[in-house]
Each structure stands twice: as structure tokens, then as C-alpha cells.
Ligand binder design. Structure first.
Ligand code: FAD
Ligand code: SIN
Length: 550
């Protein structure tokens, strides 16, 4: 049976929760669909904080300049200007919800410093900013009787009016618009149909497409893949941000050592004990992230060492324990390190997707009724390399603006939402080889992306990766189309789609800019342009979602 709402929100990180609260304020009935428990999100792990101009020593022009410089010529200046200016009122609203940012002894905000920022402007809650935000937002969600949260609910694909028409053998309507979602109830394996005139994709990042990442398991690019399959343009996917400093261990886990640690004076050292960042950028260890990650990569390749060192030993233990409690405790627990005495082994790992579903400043995609915000979206703020701590800021501002637009859309389109949605067709059955194929292909994909589509690229490596990814796509499609669906299969299908988009965008870019460094085109082109991929007649492409019972 179809569940009807005014608004469907996919994802319960900062973007989804903030948007849901704003829609509930407009008296709309909202469903939040989230694939694990509600707090599980990239947001919950954010450490450094939120970049926002709040101090008399800072100004919007300087935040704009820093963002544009980090973005390496590809930021949309008008977008940066609006987002930077919209920050302070959104921060004030967060504080009204009960969020308490860290303060100094004099009661002022204890503003952090991170790479690429010319001023101290990062509001933080020690090194657990994300958890504090997630908790404050979830508490507010719990107080609302207009919002229903569906946990362990996995959004499989968007339902558009075009898709409904093709299922009924009718000519496609014009314009096409969003009508709902298919959602897998992970606990019962049943697929539910949700109908609403507005869908917000707030599904976060794609880090799991790489073998080593700071992102939790949920970051499988589901929103990007769903939007692509529905024919929505996807921009700038080649710009994958590798965070320079994650804790080096012998397993696959990569715990983040916040850039705020370098903001408090930590320096990178090679195995000879020498600092090396001054040779790469005038801001040395506080250079923009792309520069620092590349410098570490070069250092490791030249010296043949598995990591470099981070040194924050100039601070006393009491200070480090209090300013960075999570990092201090994790380094102690995992590697037995004491940050006041020991060097920290660090390596870069995949961290953030600067590209995504193309939206305007109202979080609108090209498909009427479909919105996207947070890490899944590409607004033009980040350009070729995101400035540290601008992600949480962007999510707050765009969710607010998206809610204003979605409210108007609902008032203007009272007929939208009255569609008769076809139920999902469950094909039933399982293939005995499915589990082993999924886990093998999962590892193969992530390794291929790490080896061939990493910090430094070549056309040959990208083409090699594309061949691998397309082979995997064929295998996984067979399972998707012929058997019952399961979360791991759906995630793998999405990861493969996202990998293909990253490679496509990377092959389009015949230059090195920001996070996309290729040995075949070492220079920048005179004019910076976005890369874009739109599904070629996506709806007709067999195996990629629309155009059939699925
Ligand atoms: P998320 O917070 O990732 O939420 C996505 C949600 O979507 C999750 O609830 C997930 O379960 C759900 N979901 C995904 N797919 C589906 C599906 N198919 N069906 C149902 N639900 C789905 N940025 C900063 O600005 N400052 C920082 O200090 C900072 N530190 C960071 C530290 C770490 C370790 C990491 C990983 C990132 C950090 N970032 C930071 C980046 C920032 O945290 C994220 O970009 C931001 O939180 C993304 O928010 P979001 O709401 O878009 O997505
Ligand atoms: C960090 O704390 O280093 C992460 C900040 C970010 O990703 O913006």
C-alpha cells in the first residue's frame, strides 16, 4: 500500500534533518527515510566545525576569497557570496535549538583555524561538532508531530511521472516531475511505495567508493546514482577530496585527525623528521587540502614510506585532552599513542565529494519537485576543492533555502502528489553465488578506484578503471534485475554507478585543477568549466533502474 506525505526526505544528516524541520514549520507532513539508525551519517562524525563569519576580526569578503582560492578558479562567485552571507542567521537558529559551541574563558567563541582559511572562523564543539549538531537536530525532530522517521528504510529509486506513464504504456507527460520513491524495509525485505510531490535527496557522500575513506558505511553515493538514473544532470564528480591526515593503521579503517590539529600548530614531518610543507605552499601546513594531500602523496612515493608523521607535541597533555578529546582517546586506544609525547602516523584518505547532483541556490534540481542538498549536491560553492568546514555551512544554508522553494512549489502545484503509483514488482528468489559475488565486486571496485582514480591520475589509468567498472556493472545488473533486492546489492549498484560518473567527469577534464591532477594534462585551461554527465536517455537504458517494473 502506498504511503502519502507532502514531503519525503531521504537522509538524516544535517541537510535532511534541517530541511525536514523547516518543512514541518510550514505545517507540511514529512517522512524522513534513512537507511540505518537515524544518527548514522557523515554529519555525526564531523570534527573541525562550521566555517562562518562571526567575529569582528573577520568579514564576508575574506571568507569569499578563501573559498574561491581553495576552489581553484571553479567556484561560482555569486553562489559563494550568498552562502557565506547566509551563514550567521542559520548559525543563530542552530544556537536557538540548543547547540553550544565551544567558548574561551572570556565567553567569546573559541574560533578554530583550518587549511586555506586566512582567519580563525571555525565554530566548533571541541572535536565532536557533528555529533553535537546531529543530537540537537534529532531532539528537535523528536519534538515535532508532523515528522515521521522511517529507520532501516533504504531508498532504492525515484518515481517520476515519466516512469509511471511508461509503465502504463502512455506517452510521457510534459514536464516530467517527481512523484515518489521505492523504499526497501531492510528489516522485513518488503519494498514500500512512498508518494509525495516533493522529494529531498540528502543522502550525503560517496567515500565508500574508495578503499580508504574517512566516511562511515552509509556513504555509498545512493542519491547521486538515483538522480542520475532519473535523468538529472550530475556535475564535477572528478573532484574527490582526499583528507591529508587520517590515522594510519594496518586495517582498512581511516579515522580522521582533524585539520584543526594543524590549526593549533601541528606540523607534518617525513621519516627523516623534516617538515616539508613550506616547499609546497606559502601557508605551509595550513595550505588548502588538495595541496597538502598531494604533498604527502609525493613525499610517501619519493621516500617509499607507508605514511608521514603529524607532530603536535608542543602542547601540554591537559590542553590536548580537552581540545581534542575524541582524537586523543582514539590515538591512545588504537595505537597506544600519547599526543603530547608521540608523533602520529598519518595518510590521506577519500573524504568528500565536491561534485554531485546539480542544483541552484534553492536546492532545486532540473526535475520539478526533486531537491538535493548537503554533500550529495553540487551548487557551485566548492569549485575544484572545498574549503575546510564549508560543507556543514552549505548544508544549513541550502536546506533553509530549499524549504522556502519547496513550500512555494507545494502551494503552486496542489495537483502534484495525486499520482497513482505502480507498486514495486518483487521478482523473488536468490542466487546462491550472490553474496560472494557482491563482496568480491565490492572490494574489487574500491581497490580499482583507489589505485587508478586516486590523488594523481593518468588517462590510461582512468580508462583501465572504466573497463573494470563497466564489467562489474554488467555482473551486478544481472542480480538487480533477476532477484530480490538487498541493501548490499543496492549499495554496490550505486557505488558502481558513482565510480563510472567520477571516471567520466575525470576523462572530460583535459587539465589539472584543484583535486583533479592528471599527469597527461599538467596545466590549467584558461577558462574553468564544470564537467557534467546526464544519463543518455536514462529511462530507456536497460538495467539502470527506470523503464521497467523497477
Ligand atoms: P550525511 O550527514 O552523510 O547524511 C546522509 C544521510 O543519508 C544518512 O542518514 C544516510 O544513512 C542517509 N542515506 C544515504 N543513502 C540512503 C538511502 N539510499 N536511503 C535512505 N537513507 C540514505 N564538514 C565540515 O563542514 N566540517 C567538519 O568539521 C567536517 N568534518 C568531517 C569529518 C568526517 C570524519 C567526515 C566523514 C566528514 C566531515 N565533514 C565536515 C563533511 C561533512 O560532515 C559532510 O559533508 C556533511 O555532514 C554531509 O551532511 P549530509 O546531511 O549531506 O549527509
Ligand atoms: C576536519 O576536521 O579536518 C574536517 C573538516 C572538513 O572536512 O571540513
Amino acid at each position: 500500500m502506498t504511503k502519502h506525505f507532502d514531503v519525503l526526505v531521504v537522509g538524516s544528516g544535517i541537510a535532511g534533518l534541517w530541511f525536514a524541520l523547516k518543512m514541518a514549520d510550514q505545517k507540511k507532513r514529512v517522512a524522513i527515510i534513512t537507511k540505518k539508525t537515524r544518527a548514522e551519517s557523515n554529519t555525526n562524525y564531523a570534527q573541525g566545525g562550521i566555517a562562518c563569519v562571526t567575529s569582528g576580526m573577520d568579514d564576508f569578503e575574506s571568507h569569499l576569497r578563501d573559498t574561491m582560492e581553495a576552489g581553484d578558479g571553479l567556484c561560482n562567485e555569486a553562489v559563494v557570496r550568498e552562502i557565506v552571507r547566509d551563514g550567521p542567521p542559520r548559525i543563530a537558529e542552530l544556537i536557538d535549538l540548543g547547540l553550544q559551541f565551544s567558548t574561551t574563558e572570556t565567553g567569546d567563541y573559541d574560533l578554530g583555524q583550518e587549511g586555506g582559511h586566512s582567519r580563525r572562523r571555525i565554530l566548533h564543539v571541541k572535536d565532536m561538532t557533528g555529533k553535537a549538531i546531529e543530537t540537537a537536530l534529532l531532539n528537535a525532530i523528536n519534538r515535532s508531530d508532523r515528522i515521521e522517521v522511517f529507520e532501516h528504510a533504504f531508498a532504492i529509486d525515484l518515481i517520476t511521472t515519466d516512469k509511471i506513464a511508461r509503465r502504463a504504456d502512455r506517452p510521457p507527460p510534459s514536464p516530467n516531475r517527481i512523484a515518489g520513491l521505492y523504499v526497501l524495509d531492510v528489516l522485513t525485505n518488503a519494498v514500500m511505495t512512498f508518494a509525495a510531490p516533493v522529494v529531498m535527496l540528502a543522502t550525503g557522500g560517496i567515500g565508500q567508493v574508495y578503499r580508504f575513506t574517512t566516511n562511515p558505511d552509509i556513504a555509498t553515493g545512493d542519491g547521486v546514482a538515483m538522480a542520475y538514473r532519473a535523468g538529472v544532470p550530475i556535475d564535477n564528480m572528478e573532484f574527490i577530496q582526499f583528507h591529508p591526515t587520517t590515522l594510519y593503521t594496518l586495517n582498512n579503517e581511516r579515522f580522521l585527525i582533524s585539520e584543526a590539529v594543524r590549526g593549533e600548530g601541528a606540523v607534518l614531518r617525513n621519516f627523516a623528521g623534516e617538515t616539508f610543507m613550506a616547499a609546497h605552499h606559502p601557508r605551509a601546513d595550513l595550505a588548502p587540502r588538495d595541496v597538502v594531500a598531494r604533498a604527502i602523496d609525493t613525499e610517501m612515493k619519493q621516500s617509499g614510506t607507508p605514511h608521514v608523521w603529524l607532530d603536535i607535541r608542543h602542547h601540554p597533555e591537559d590542553y590536548l585532552r580537552s581540545r581534542f578529546p575524541t582524537i586523543f582517546e582514539t590515538c591512545e586506544r588504537v595505537l597506544g599513542l600519547n599526543l603530547a609525547r608521540d608523533l602520529i602516523p598519518v595518510v590521506p584518505a577519500a573524504h568528500y565529494s565536491c561534485g554531485g547532483v546539480s542544483t541552484n541556490l534553492s536546492a532545486e534540481t532540473r526535475l520539478p519537485g526533486l531537491y538535493a542538498c548537503g554533500e550529495v549536491a553540487c551548487t557551485g560553492l566548492h569549485g575544484a576543492n572545498r574549503l575546510a568546514s564549508n560543507s556543514l555551512l552549505e548544508a544549513l544554508v541550502l536546506a533553509h533555502r530549499g524549504a522556502a522553494s519547496a513550500g512555494e512549489y507545494l502551494d503552486y502545484r496542489p495537483d502534484a502528489g495525486a499520482d497513482d503509483l505502480p507498486e514495486w514488482v518483487d521478482l523473488g528468489g536468490n542466487d546462491p553465488d550472490e553474496q560472494v559475488v557482491i563482496s568480491h565486486n565490492w572490494d574489487e571496485l574500491r581497490l580499482a578506484m583507489w589505485d587508478y582514480v586516486g590523488i594523481v591520475r593518468t588517462t590510461k589509468r582512468l580508462e583501465r578503471a572504466r573497463t573494470r567498472v563497466r564489467n562489474l556493472a554488467r555482473e551486478v545488473q544481472e542480480y538487480y534485475w533477476n532477484f530480490s533486492v538487498k541493501p548490499k546489492l543496492l549499495e554496490l549498484r550505486n557505488l558502481i554507478q558513482v565510480a563510472d560518473l567520477i571516471i567520466e567527469c575525470a576523462l572530460q577534464r583535459k587539465e589539472s585543477r584543484g583535486l583533479h591532477e592528471t599527469m597527461d594534462y599538467p596545466d590549467k585551461l584558461p577558462v574553468a568549466e564544470n564537467s557534467r554527465v546526464t544519463a543518455p536517455a536514462a529511462q530507456e537504458k536497460p538495467g539502470w533502474g527506470n523503464g521497467s517494473a523497477r
